[in-house]
Design a protein around this ligand. Structure first.
Ligand code: MN
Length: 229
């Protein structure tokens, strides 16, 4: 048996709707500029040829219902509401071909962003890590098994203090879930436990201490957090 010099870190996980089991999280891939109106509000255009990605540590996860502590190093913390795809062995499917990527389910997530640090990184042609990958920056709700989910006509929405800030049909996504998985699979070997945050619609903006964020996608469990000092 391996003996560690200090206790090993906890395995990050997410609840699964309708189940007592937990979903163990492996990696978090995030898609940039996947809604045309959001790309435009940031002064960018979308690349229809292929998605691009950044990543977050699995240890950046905060569970829905927990408070987010306003992070250090920023004075411009932004919300980005996103559809999250969870990769895993298909629910009820025991004969999936080896190596085939299966969607385990879907969740609603917040890609919290230190926009000032991301902006400085863009200006300096530097990586986005400090703007995107920090503690509690991936706030994700319960995963709904794919077999229960009808996503085609679903709306994604974020309210801050009960007021609508972001809203769009998922059909506005430039690259579909299937296209993202196909493209990501040319770059990584996707495995059970991987998550994909699929980009945010227009309406991103700053949040302050005391704000209550509630994100939803039709058919999925909501994500909720309060920003605290
Ligand atoms: Mn995002």
């Amino acid at each position: 048996m391996t003996t560690y010099s200090f206790p090993a870190p906890d395995q990050p996980d997410l609840p699964i709707a309708g189940s007592g089991d937990r979903f163990p999280v492996r990696r978090i891939f995030c898609v940039g500029r996947n809604y045309e109106a959001h790309a435009a509000e940031m002064g960018n255009t979308v690349d229809r040829a292929a998605p691009f990605y950044f990543t977050k540590s699995a240890h950046a996860i905060l569970h829905s219902g927990q408070n987010m502590t306003y992070p250090q190093g920023t004075s411009d913390l932004h919300h980005e509401i996103e559809l999250v795809v969870a990769i895993g062995p298909s629910v009820g499917l025991t004969d999936a071909p080896a190596g085939e990527v299966e969607i385990f389910g879907y969740a609603v997530g917040l890609d919290m962003t230190r926009r000032d640090l991301q902006g400085a990184a863009k200006d300096g042609r530097k990586p986005w890590d400090t703007g995107k990958d920090f503690e509690q920056s991936a706030i994700i709700g319960a995963i709904t098994p794919a077999a229960d989910t009808l996503l085609d006509a679903a709306q994604i929405r974020l309210d801050v203090n009960g007021e609508k800030r972001q809203s769009a049909p998922l059909s506005d996504m430039v690259h579909t879930v299937a296209e993202i998985i196909a493209n990501l699979s040319t770059l990584y070997h996707l495995r059970s436990g991987d998550l994909i945050m699929t980009g945010t619609p227009a309406g991103v903006g700053a949040v302050q201490v005391g704000d209550v964020l509630t994100g939803s996608i039709d058919g999925l469990e909501a994500v909720k957090t309060t920003i605290v000092a």
